[in-house]
Write a protein that binds this ligand. Structure first.
Ligand SMILES: [Ca+2]
Ligand SMILES: [Ca+2]
Ligand SMILES: [Ca+2]
Length: 261
């Protein structure tokens, strides 16, 4: 009997391990923590980001650890040189929390490595109170929250934003709700820097507000819970700590649900 239990236990462990290893891996993560005014943005995955303009750590609003990044909407961004981490030609997920302060400005650039002149890359924008994005189905493949719906983004509050893409389709989730799902085309990679907050090449406005816990993963993620053991093996203790921090910070139920994948 003991031998049977051992064999069954071993098989179960292998199953969980297999599930875990097949899960997405975080390739960039900015917890945006630190002291008020700091311009140091540490990436727990080792990517080197540089602050430009007036972007800084702020303790005025936060999802994790009492601090986030504040962007004033005018030439403020955090940038990182291109590398294999910032290649969106395969499956990927970009997710983060944002606290927008301006719901009327057009095309506020939140994140991406888009380069419209060359027709490659992807981006995420906040456009007159709606989420938007470009480049997911050819350069003109716009990704826009359906404007016939009530706005899903809450101004002057934290929102969880997730763009999850496999090779066939791309999904935009806002606070755990599916806002848009559409065909995903070929996404051409390029050497443009990845930037958060503004993108001079695009020529639009910068984002005005706060961003926290910015993450890039190398697989599509769904905003649904998965078994804790498998998730733990797949995402590691870092993710566990991040979720525990969010629970302590009192993020809304929908936000917590979308973070538990
Ligand atoms: Ca933080
Ligand atoms: Ca500025
Ligand atoms: Ca790239």
């Amino acid at each position: 009997m003991k031998r049977l239990l051992f064999v069954l236990g071993f098989a179960f462990a292998c199953l969980i391990l297999g599930i875990g290893l097949s899960l997405a891996q975080t390739v960039a993560f900015l917890p945006m923590d630190g002291t008020e005014g700091s311009t140091t943005f540490t990436d727990t995955m080792g990517n080197t980001w540089t602050a430009s303009g007036n972007v800084h750590i702020s303790t005025a609003q936060a999802v994790s650890n009492g601090a986030s990044a504040y962007f004033d909407g005018n030439n403020d961004y955090i940038g990182v040189a291109n590398s294999s981490v910032f290649d969106f030609s395969g499956p990927f997920t970009i997710d983060f929390y944002m606290f927008p302060l301006d719901g009327s400005a057009r095309n506020q650039y939140i994140a991406g490595e888009s380069r419209p002149d060359n027709g490659w890359g992807v981006d995420i924008r906040f456009d007159e109170g709606y989420m938007d994005g470009w480049g997911y189905d050819g350069w003109y493949g716009q990704l826009t929250e359906d404007r016939t719906k009530p706005g899903l983004v809450n101004l002057n509050n934290w929102n969880h934003i997730m763009i999850s893409a496999n090779l066939d389709q791309v999904s935009l989730y806002i606070n755990g709700q599916l806002a848009v799902q559409r065909h995903r085309g070929k996404i051409s990679d390029g050497a443009n820097p990845f930037r958060i907050g503004d993108q001079l090449n695009f020529g639009g406005l910068g984002f005005k507000g706060y961003i926290d816990d910015f993450r890039i993963s190398d697989q599509p993620l769904a905003p649904v819970p998965i078994p804790g053991a498998a998730w733990l093996l797949g995402s590691g203790l870092l993710g566990l700590a991040a979720v525990r921090r969010k629970k302590k910070q009192g993020v809304s139920k929908s936000c917590r649900r979308s973070k538990l994948f």
